[in-house]
Design a protein around this ligand. Structure first.
Ligand code: 4AD
Ligand code: MG
Length: 469
């Protein structure tokens, strides 16, 4: 018999009095005195559990049903009826319940039905998807993925998967994990520990990618509008609530776009995907709002309804020096990078409305080699888009399409021109103005879900000193 999903029931797609079969895990078991036990069942399809009514007329009632605990998996056959309880619309009166998997020791089951801290849940990362919290985040994560793809498809962008193994440092910062082959050393006869040697597999040093941008530019130089969306690896020593060593980045690259056009495009994308999340993940957002005590709908709607504020870097410094930095020695000078407290002051306090801010035209010395030099010769056509509560979520720029300027920058930054020969070719053969951006997917998800730590919005976080599971 076909299996029904709890979400289909909650969406009123299954007629009452139908015989149905559902499968899932027990959230909770409650026994009432009258020979009836209530089981709350989750199957991952909905944040709302479904109540199963099991009575002592079931032949395994005393020896199995009464022993069911949180976490057990079951297979239920029964009749869907309207529930008499206010909290739920439907329930199932069971005619047969088969236990698929018991919980070894209910007292030590790591995901008991009580509330757990986020820190604790990270220690039982393999079981934390069983919590409503991680379920809600996963649902929103999925919708965010889907809506990004559908927006870009609608806007006629091609999805170009760029390589994960690379020999080039796309950001020029050297924060890369290297890729080698592990081979066992043969001569360990004298009982010494096994030894391994690591050898190059390719004919040169290779790394896990820090950005797909440069190879994406190659496709933008022919297909015009392209994007890549995949895992990114950064060996940054940043142990913060916003940094991962492995995260997902959406990167967009568009020929014939200048900085202003890519900025407007990013605003359109954000508004589109936020609308989708509100429309499709309404229940999950509500659950997150209630449990985290944040009005997420208000937060997201405010992003949809307000225009991004565009602010020159030089203006940002003036504002900060005037209103935020009160000690003379700590004044920010042109050429200093903004830290996250300064960014958050601008976005949360200075502009009050909690608008999203795009800071543009940064000094070239704090930005990557590929960004286009402005007429003032000091700044580049770059943008960092800053969100309330999180800080930078999007980074982008107009790219330097003029070979002589690009070469000059590479020399200034001591990058080996030969390594970038093919990237330079794109400027030699039919170069065009073009722009692009990268969106930190998990940071965007933090903004939408209200989660404070990036470790809780990716299924298995990798951070400094931690690659467990
Ligand atoms: O600003 P970033 O470094 O830009 C680039 O890599 C460009 N190549 C993108 C492009 O133009 N194609 O990174 C882009 C975004 C950041 O704004 C941030 O949201 C996210 O990626 N990000 C991280 N997210 C989690 N953990 C980290 N360690 C991150 N580093 C960057
Ligand atoms: Mg950046």
């Amino acid at each position: 018999m076909q299996i029904t999903l709890i979400s289909d029931i909650n969406h009123n797609l299954i007629p009452v009095n139908n015989k149905i079969r559902i499968q899932g895990w027990i959230k909770n078991r409650r026994k009432s005195k009258l020979g009836i036990t209530f089981l709350d069942l989750m199957d991952g399809s909905s944040i709302r559990s479904l109540q199963i009514v099991a009575s002592d007329s079931l032949n395994n009632y005393p020896n199995e049903i009464l022993l069911i605990t949180t976490g057990c998996s079951i297979d239920v056959y029964g009749t869907l009826i309207f529930s008499k309880r206010k909290e739920q619309k439907y329930e199932i009166v069971a005619q047969k319940i088969q236990i698929l998997g018991w919980v070894d020791n209910p007292h030590t089951y790591p995901i008991s039905s009580k509330k757990h801290t986020l820190e604790y849940l990270r220690e039982v990362n393999h079981l934390r998807p069983r919590t409503n919290l991680i379920l809600a985040v996963s649902v929103v994560r999925n919708i965010l993925f889907q809506s990004i793809h559908s927006f870009l498809f609608k806007e006629k962008f091609y999805w170009i998967p760029t390589p994960i193994i690379t020999s080039i440092d796309a950001e020029g910062t050297g924060e890369m994990f290297s890729v080698n082959v592990k081979t066992e050393k043969l001569n360990n006869r004298n009982g010494s520990k096994e030894q391994f040697i690591y050898e190059k597999f390719f004919n040169k040093e290779s790394f896990l990618t820090v950005s797909g941008q440069l190879t994406l530019e190659s496709y933008a130089s022919a297909l015009s509008r392209v994007y890549t969306f995949g895992p990114i690896f950064r060996a940054e020593n940043s142990n913060t609530s916003r940094h991962l060593s492995e995260f997902w980045m959406l990167e967009i690259e568009a020929a014939f776009f200048d900085l202003n056009k890519i900025l407007l495009f990013s605003e359109k994308l954000i508004k589109y995907v936020f609308e989708s999340v509100i429309n499709i993940a309404n229940l999950e957002l509500q659950w997150l709002s209630d449990n985290l005590n944040i009005n997420l709908l208000k937060r997201i709607k405010s992003a949809i309804n307000n225009k991004f504020i565009v602010l020159e870097y030089s203006e940002a410094i003036k504002i900060l020096n005037k209103n935020f930095v009160h000690v003379k020695e700590n004044k920010i000078s042109f050429g200093d990078d903004l830290n996250s407290e300064q960014e958050r002051y601008l976005v949360e306090k200075h502009f009050r409305n909690n608008n999203i801010i795009a800071i543009i035209n940064y000094p070239k010395k704090i930005k990557a080699f590929y960004m286009r030099i402005n007429k003032d010769a000091k700044t580049v056509a770059a943008m960092d888009i800053i969100f309330p509560y999180i800080g930078e979520i999007i980074g982008g720029s107009q790219r330097e399409e003029r070979l002589d300027y690009l070469d000059k920058r590479m020399i200034e930054l001591k990058l080996n021109k030969k390594e970038y020969w093919w990237y330079r070719d794109l400027r030699k053969y039919g170069t065009v103005p073009h722009s692009g951006l990268g969106i930190g997917f998990e940071r965007l998800l933090m903004y939408i879900t209200g989660m404070n730590n990036i470790r809780d919005v990716i299924p298995f976080p990798r951070t400094v000193n931690n690659a467990n599971f």
